[in-house]
Write a protein that binds this ligand. Structure first.
Ligand code: FAD
Length: 314
């Protein structure tokens, strides 16, 4: 089913959430991730998504994971697809396999530079920007796929003109994108202002903020430096004080995500959240339980056992 149809089918005040995973490099890693996926499916995400390795390095695994999540675990799946190092045939093959597996959602991206390369360079003149992928999918498959694209509340790092970056986003939507998932952010004011700008220039499709719970001090610094994400001074200060205590950093990550989601949900009418899970389970589950978006494990078990008990009297 298309993600946009699922969004429209729920009550507009109800929250929804999705989980993003990346393909592990080893078979053991893959088997662990499948176990995690099975457990996390009980949280009932609106969809799950799988990244496409920079340069198609894990392309086969991405398609395999998407097929398994959709077919075996019954999870609505969104396959990321990028323009990095792809010929028309690779794109066609990936889309054909997705369609054959019943996957109706594609996140169309330009892609990161492959490992070891600082700047992104096109390898196929048909795919210079994400918009080319959006157009390709629409041309070949009409309305069969629901297409998502990436948005950048702080502007894309390659672009020094935020207004132009936003116009490019609008062009992606006008070319046929149905929804937007944002780059992760920690400065909520930037997101709220950017979302208003999107609406002002006529972007009407759903915008789903990307949320990455902080899982470790070093990984957080690495990712935010790489993506050039602004870290508000109070968050930097809090983290500096606990950076040598891994559990304290994780706990902080959970409470920060709860504060962000609560503020966006209650004050800014944002109902959907896309979790960048880093293939981890616990923080995301705790956040959803504490937000009361999902029952706790204890409540789930209680419900299960009361369903098993024979009813009396009625
Ligand atoms: P584009 O929309 O093409 O934008 C890239 C740059 O080109 C921007 O500076 C933009 O301003 C400019 N631009 C856009 N359109 C035009 C145009 N028509 N003419 C001239 N300039 C233009 N990377 C991966 O490799 N694999 C993944 O699975 C993956 N998943 C992601 C998921 C999310 C939610 C996000 C936010 C990012 C993801 N990325 C992934 C990273 C992404 O590929 C990079 O951020 C990449 O640098 C830009 O991708 P894009 O699709 O936004 O590109």
């Amino acid at each position: 089913m298309k993600i946009t149809d699922k969004i429209n089918a729920r009550k507009s005040t109800d929250p929804f959430f999705s989980f993003e995973y990346f393909p592990p490099k080893t078979d053991d890693g893959l088997s662990n991730l499948y176990d995690r996926l099975k457990r996390m499916s009980f949280l009932d995400p609106l969809f799950v998504s799988f990244t496409w390795g920079a340069g198609g390095s894990t392309a086969e695994r991405t398609t395999e994971m998407c097929t398994t999540a959709q077919g075996l675990y019954g999870l609505e799946t969104c396959m990321h697809l990028t323009c990095t190092n792809v010929g028309d045939e690779i794109v066609e093959e990936a889309l054909k396999e997705a369609k054959n597996s019943g996957i109706q959602n594609i996140l169309a991206l330009r892609g990161d530079p492959p490992r070891g390369q600082e700047h992104w360079t096109p390898s196929n003149e048909n795919f210079l920007h994400a918009i080319d992928l959006v157009r390709f999918i629409r041309k070949k498959y009409g309305d069969w796929f629901c297409i998502g694209v990436a948005g950048y509340p702080e502007g894309h790092p390659d672009s020094d003109n935020k207004a132009q970056d936003l116009r490019y986003l609008k062009e992606k939507v006008d070319a046929g994108a149905d929804f937007i998932i944002t780059q992760l952010f920690y400065d909520m004011d930037l997101f709220v202002e950017w979302e208003k700008e999107c609406r002002k220039i006529g972007i009407t499709v759903p915008i789903i903020p990307g949320i990455m719970p902080i899982q470790g001090y070093n990984s957080f610094r690495r990712v935010t430096n790489l993506c050039k994400i602004n870290i508000p001074a109070n968050i930097s200060k809090d983290l500096e004080q606990i950076k040598h205590d891994d559990q304290a950093v994780k706990d902080y990550g959970v409470s920060l995500a709860i504060t962000m989601i609560t503020t966006l949900y209650e004050q800014h009418n944002v109902k959907g959240f896309h979790f960048c899970t880093l293939n981890l389970e616990k923080s995301v589950r705790l956040i959803l339980e504490k937000m009361r978006f999902v029952p706790t494990e204890e409540e789930r078990n209680l419900r299960r056992s009361s369903k098993r008990r024979p009813s009396i009297g009625f």
